[in-house]
Design a protein around this ligand. Structure first.
Ligand code: COA
Length: 409
């Protein structure tokens, strides 16, 4: 069976997380992704190592299905080899600090001259303006994209979320841009520039909070648990952010992840009243409608918690789902990595690695019926130098040895 992006070639100059998360998806869609690393390697190969002298999980979980070559972009021969490759590839992707590729001698104009069909994708922290030249990491984007200000409880500090919305979230936006550019090239014959700023991607994911910012100018946000409102959207703890109220309530036996998130749709109220042992509230005008409950959501969830705290979260999940009540137990990372249904869905996947042995990674979240992803291990540093420089670019063996000795590859 062929793959969706079979024949598409990606020159992958990405590092750390945002860029590699993008090119890994392209690889899983079937593109030939060749990762170019400085001879010292992507910094994440050595970061947060759990085993000595072995590529870290940070690296191996973001660079599956790629080939790796080393290349010193600051050497003359390195620039020549790069120029040759740019002519042969469809996509160049990078997420260096602002201006780094230009400083290597490759502006967008230069790249277009080398290959007018090239799609050149960059991830940066920010768009044009006062922050353009600033570097960015995950939580910087969360801080400036609307996430931190709206995450946490009203009486506590802003919080970072565990989801890597700034890094991998931006990477997924870049995938969309690259695929659209590939499609447009079918009609125009031309490549184009694709840029995604981490601040913009986080803001896109925080869209509903800008909805609420505008609603706030017309009065308090009644569905929020907060009692007082200033001139900006407050942190609202575990409030759902949607039109239906929700909250994380405690379950037995009271461990750090013994919670379940429960959403009370209008239709769910009656079965909930029975489950929690308060059937009289189903028809009580003080409680029977969403409008009546709105001003006392805290009391409503307290009553629900009085019931859930007597039961385990899996038991509560079954009981609520028997009545079609949307809910989700808080799954710990241990529960997730051991979850058989996630393994069966190939979203938690085991991969063999020549140096670290078997490791677990997160597989392809996008399922295509005609292009199933086949998750393969990440490459060792420079593992494909011979294959790409020798076989594909025709660099003779003696020159390859010389390039290695001189630190060009
Ligand atoms: N050969 C030679 N030099 C290379 C090279 C290669 N193959 N690959 C990279 N380099 C050099 C670059 O030329 C650059 O050098 P210069 O600054 O002298 O021009 C340097 O390595 C990379 O710089 P930079 O990307 O700024 O690295 P950093 O470690 O200082 O900063 C980030 C890291 C992540 C903060 C920065 O890359 C960044 O802001 N990226 C954009 C946003 C982003 O993706 N953030 C991280 C999300 S996980």
């Amino acid at each position: 069976m062929g793959k969706a992006l079979e024949g598409v070639r990606v020159l992958d100059m990405t590092h750390v997380q945002s860029g590699p998360s993008c090119t890994q998806i392209l690889a899983w869609l079937g593109a030939d992704v060749v990762k170019i690393e400085a001879p010292g390697g992507d910094i994440t190969r050595k970061q947060l190592r759990d085993l000595p002298d072995v590529d870290s999980l940070y690296f191996t979980m973001l660079n599956c299905n790629k080939r790796s070559i080393t290349l010193n972009m600051k050497s003359e021969r390195g620039k020549e080899l790069f120029t040759e490759m740019v002519g042969q590839f469809d996509i160049l992707a990078e997420n260096f600090g602002p201006g780094a590729v230009d400083r290597m001698g490759f502006s967008w104009e230069t790249l277009q001259e080398i290959n007018p069909r090239l799609i050149y994708a960059s991830i940066k922290g920010f768009g044009d303006g006062p922050y353009t030249h600033f570097k960015a990491y995950e939580v910087v984007a969360q801080a400036m994209g609307g996430s931190m200000t709206t995450t946490g409880f009203e009486d506590g500090p802003p919080l970072a979320t565990g989801s890597q919305i700034g890094d991998s979230g931006t990477g997924m936006h870049a995938v969309a841009g690259i695929l659209a550019a590939l499609y447009q090239r079918e009609h125009t014959g031309r490549g184009q520039r694709v840029t995604v700023a981490m601040q913009h991607a986080v803001l896109n994911l925080c869209r509903v909070k800008l909805r609420d910012q505008q609603r706030l100018t017309h009065g308090p946000l009644n569905e929020y648990p907060n009692r007082e409102f200033g001139d900006a959207v407050p942190r609202s703890g575990n409030a759902s952010g949607g039109g239906q109220p929700g909250w994380a309530v405690k379950c037995a036996p009271g461990g750090p992840n013994d919670y379940i998130y429960v959403i009370v749709q209008p239709v769910g109220w009656e079965p909930i009243t029975k489950l929690i042992g308060r059937p009289e509230l189903a028809d009580d005008p003080e409680w029977s409608t969403p409008a009546a409950r709105l001003s006392k959501l805290d009391k409503m969830f307290q009553m629900i918690e009085d019931w859930t705290s007597e039961h385990g979260k899996w038991d509560v999940l079954a009981k609520l789902n028997a009545h079609n009540i949307p809910c989700g137990p808080i799954l710990s990372t241990k529960e997730i990595i051991e979850d058989t249904s996630l393994a069966e869905n190939e979203i938690v996947v085991k991969v063999d690695h020549p140096e670290r042995g078997e490791f677990t990674t997160v597989g392809m979240p996008i399922k295509l019926s005609d292009s199933a992803a086949d998750i393969q291990r990440s490459p060792l540093l420079g593992e494909h130098n011979q294959e790409i420089y020798g076989h594909e670019l025709g660099v003779p063996d003696n020159e390859l040895a010389e390039l290695k000795a001189n630190g060009v590859i």
